[in-house]
Design a binder for this molecule. Structure first.
Ligand code: HMG
Ligand code: MG
Length: 279
C-alpha cells in the first residue's frame, strides 16, 4: 500500500485566525489528542510577533505543556532568527520558514519583500540543528496581486530548497485554486524539482481542496498539510477559509487505498476537541 504523510497544521494554521483567544490549556489538550491519533508531524505554534498574531503569543507555553510522544515530530513556524531562537529554546523537533510567491502577500504577511524574507531566513539555516521546512504561499493566486505565474512559484521553491529546506509545502493560501491550475503549476515545478521534495497545503475556501489533492497525488506528491476540524484561515489573507480538514483527507486517502498510519476514530476525537476549543 502506498504511504502518504499527513502534516497536521490545525494548532498553528487553524488556531492563528480564531478571533477569540484560545486558552493555552485548550491548545495543549488539542495537540495531545492529535498526538494520540497516529499523526507523525504536528505544527504546534508559530514564534511570530504577538502584535501581528496575538493567538500565537503563548507558543512557548504550549510547547512546554504538551505531552511529547517520541513518535511525533513537533514543529513551529519561525519568520526570523529571533523566532527561531525562541522555537529552539522551546525544544521543537523542526521549524518552518515561510515565503510567498507574490510580493503583495509577502508585504502584508511579513512586512518585507520576497528577497528580504529569504535574506532573513539565512541566519536560521546557519544556526539550526533541526530540520527546516519551507512554505511558499499564494502558489496560484494572491489576494493582493491576483494570479501568480507557476515560474514565480518554482523560483521561490528552488531558493528554499537550495538554502537547505528538506521539503517545501506549496500553499493555496486563499483556497481558490482549481484542479486545472494546480495541474499546470505542478507540471512546471516538477520539471525542475522532484515530487519527494514537495508537499501540498490546500485551504478549502471553495471546496476544491480534495480535488487538488487528487491532482497532486497523481503527480506523485505524498505529503499533505491539513487542519483537524477544518480549523482556520490566515489573518493576512481576507476571506480565506481553513485548511482542508484532516479527517476528510484521511477518509479520502483511505478510500483511495493509501496508508497514513492515522487512526480515524482517534482523529475524530481530536476534531471534536477542535470544535469545542474554537468556541
Ligand atoms: P516587522 O514589524 O516587519 O519586524 O515584523 P520588526 O523586526 O520591526 O518587529 C516588529 C515587532 O515584532 C517588534 O516589537 C519586534 O521585537 C517583534 P516591538 O518593538 O514593536 O514591540 N518581533 C517579534 N516578536 C516575537 N517573535 C518574533 C519577532 N520578530 C519581531 N519572531 C514579522 C516582521 C515577521 C515579525 C511580523 O510581520 C510577523 O510576526 N508577522 C506574522 C506572520 C504570520 O504569522 N503570518 C501567518 C502565518 S503564514 C501562513 O499562515 C501561510 C501558511 O499557512 C502557508 C499558506 O497557507 O500559504 C504558512
Ligand atoms: Mg496556510
Amino acid at each position: 500500500m502506498s504511504r502518504v504523510t499527513l502534516v497536521e497544521v490545525g494548532p498553528r494554521d487553524g488556531l492563528q485566525n480564531q478571533p477569540q483567544f484560545v486558552a493555552t490549556p485548550d491548545k495543549i489538550k488539542l495537540i495531545d489528542a492529535l498526538s494520540a491519533s497516529g499523526l507523525t508531524q504536528i505544527e504546534v505554534a508559530s514564534f511570530v510577533s504577538p502584535k501581528w498574531v496575538p493567538q500565537m503569543a503563548d507558543a512557548a507555553a504550549v510547547c512546554a505543556g504538551i505531552a511529547r510522544d517520541p513518535a511525533v515530530k513537533y514543529s513551529a513556524l519561525t519568520p526570523n532568527l529571533r523566532g527561531f531562537e525562541a522555537a529552539n529554546e522551546a525544544g521543537v523537533d523542526s521549524v518552518a520558514v515561510f515565503a510567498s510567491a507574490s510580493e503583495g502577500f509577502s508585504q502584508k504577511n511579513i512586512n518585507c519583500s520576497i528577497k528580504e524574507s529569504l535574506e532573513r531566513f539565512f541566519p536560521i539555516f546557519d544556526h539550526s540543528n533541526v530540520p527546516i521546512r519551507g512554505y511558499v504561499s499564494c502558489v496560484v493566486e494572491c489576494p493582493y496581486d491576483g494570479l501568480i505565474a507557476p515560474d514565480a512559484v518554482a523560483e521561490v521553491t528552488m531558493h528554499l530548497l537550495d538554502m537547505g529546506c528538506y521539503e517545501v509545502s506549496l500553499g493555496d493560501t486563499i483556497g481558490r485554486a482549481t484542479p486545472q491550475q494546480v495541474d499546470r503549476l505542478l507540471t512546471c515545478i516538477l520539471a525542475q524539482i522532484p515530487a519527494g521534495k514537495l508537499a501540498g497545503h490546500f485551504h478549502d475556501t471553495h471546496g476544491q481542496a480534495l480535488d487538488n489533492i487528487d491532482v497532486a497525488l497523481a503527480a506523485g506528491i505524498r505529503v499533505f498539510d491539513a487542519a483537524v476540524g477544518g480549523l482556520g484561515g490566515c489573518p493576512f489573507a481576507p476571506g480565506a477559509a481553513g485548511n482542508v480538514a484532516t479527517e476528510t483527507v484521511l477518509a479520502h486517502l483511505q478510500d483511495c487505498g493509501f496508508d497514513t498510519g492515522v487512526d480515524a476514530d482517534a482523529l475524530e476525537q481530536a476534531a471534536a476537541i477542535a470544535l469545542e476549543v474554537k468556541g
